[in-house]
Design a protein around this ligand. Sequence first.
Ligand SMILES: CC(C)(COP(=O)(O)OP(=O)(O)OC[C@H]1O[C@@H](n2cnc3c(N)ncnc32)[C@H](O)[C@@H]1OP(=O)(O)O)[C@@H](O)C(=O)NCCC(=O)NCCS
Length: 147
Amino acid sequence: MELVKLTEAHIPQMVELEKICFSMPWTADMIRSELNNPSCLYLAAVDGDTLVGYIGVQTVLDEGYINNVAVRPEYRRRGIAAALISLLTEQAQAIGLAFMTLEVRESNAPAIALYEKLGFTTVGRRKNYYEKPREDAILMTIFFTKE
Ligand SMILES: CC(C)(COP(=O)(O)OP(=O)(O)OC[C@H]1O[C@@H](n2cnc3c(N)ncnc32)[C@H](O)[C@@H]1OP(=O)(O)O)[C@@H](O)C(=O)NCCC(=O)NCCS
């Protein structure tokens, strides 16, 4: 298992994983435009040629907005998402971000447990944020203190 920068070569597998993981998956075009956006940083977990997980953040000034986190079902509970978030956290601090934040479905207990374990705290809720099914989003943020 290796953590690398996500590149265009990973797009077909990322599209497949999006479809497996989300009810409103991102398309190849959406992913390509993220990868070409200089304010976005995407990391991939790979096992040989297989993309097994990814995470992406968009930065605005010193703020980081995490867009997607996903791990292939057969590779879950092996610490891959935690490793991706930890590396992203290191890189976010290195470039001087003040915080990283994300939305998560309120029913997504595995993801909420993951984020809490890694230091994210609940800072708010967006009513009926999601569709398919309609559901509130919980907002979770990790704050970085400057040394
Ligand atoms: C959420 C997701 C990314 C977690 O990936 P993962 O690689 O399995 O997570 P990790 O193995 O790194 O888990 C780290 C910690 O998170 C928590 N966690 C992860 N999955 C969990 C589950 N199913 N139930 C309870 N806690 C869970 C645990 O605290 C775990 O530590 P532990 O295994 O030592 O108990 C994965 O389940 C996934 O891709 N889900 C579908 C997509 C999704 O919901 N993404 C998040 C959108 S906001």
